[in-house]
Write a protein that binds this ligand. Structure first.
Ligand code: SF4
Length: 224
């Protein structure tokens, strides 16, 4: 299965233009907050809410200590703003306590990636996608595989993983199929290539199989 996955990887990377520049250079705490805001929310709305938050409060410590209503007012445009306010303030409090009063996640780079993900996933609202994003998308640049719904759909339709696999399980299974010596950039490219394919070709409804570069490797090419 690894050979098959890597063949698909090569084709999709070529089609969608890898290597992909990182879209973010946030520190890991900022990436965590941004990722928490992004659940079930459009990218533009997430970016606006994040900007409002960091414009209103000078530090993450100020966000941690703020009245929840004031944080919620900044991020009101995202879905589940009340719940996300609690998740963000809880996360900042946990990081603050763990670091003896410093709100930083830089210590994660000294942990094995799986242990770092487990530590993050103990926080409310943090699942497999968010923990991997903090490690890989932030300036930590640690090899950790983000799997979103587009990535997941392509992996399922090509038969790499079974149809009923959850995102959490898929994240671990797909990462386990990648070469152990891949860099953060290679792992990032893998995610981006699958994600772009899901967004641009392998649509949820009526995938464009006629123009698909991996049609010969796909188990569900007759979806149309
Ligand atoms: S052949 Fe169709 S279903 Fe398969 S990956 Fe390509 S677009 Fe998706």
């Amino acid at each position: 299965m690894q050979a098959r996955l890597l063949k698909i990887h090569d084709i999709l990377c070529a089609r969608h233009g890898a290597p992909f520049p990182y879209f973010s250079d946030k520190n890991p705490v900022s990436e965590l907050v941004s990722a928490l805001l992004s659940h079930r929310t459009k990218n533009e709305t997430t970016a606006q809410a994040y900007q409002q938050l960091i414009t209103t409060f000078p530090t993450w410590e100020a966000v941690k200590n703020a009245l929840p209503a004031d944080v919620e007012a900044c991020i009101h445009s995202v879905t589940y703003a009340l719940q996300k306010t609690a998740y963000i303030q809880d996360a900042l409090q946990r990081i603050y306590e763990h670091n003896n009063g410093e709100i930083s996640l830089d210590f994660l780079k000294n942990m094995p990636p799986e242990a770092a993900r487990d530590w993050l996933e103990e926080m409310r609202g943090v699942g497999a996608k968010t923990s991997a994003a903090v490690l890989n998308f932030s300036r930590l640049r640690i090899p950790a595989l983000v799997v979103d719904t587009h990535h997941l759909r392509v992996a399922k339709r090509t038969g790499i993983i079974a149809e009923k696999t959850s995102i959490a399980k898929a994240s671990s299974m797909l990462f386990g199929l990648l070469p152990a010596d891949w860099s953060a950039q290679q792992v990032y490219d893998h995610h981006e290539a699958f994600m772009y394919h899901g967004q641009r070709v392998c649509f949820s409804k009526r995938p464009n199989c006629a123009t698909c570069s991996i049609v010969n490797l796909c188990e569900q090419k007759d979806l149309n």
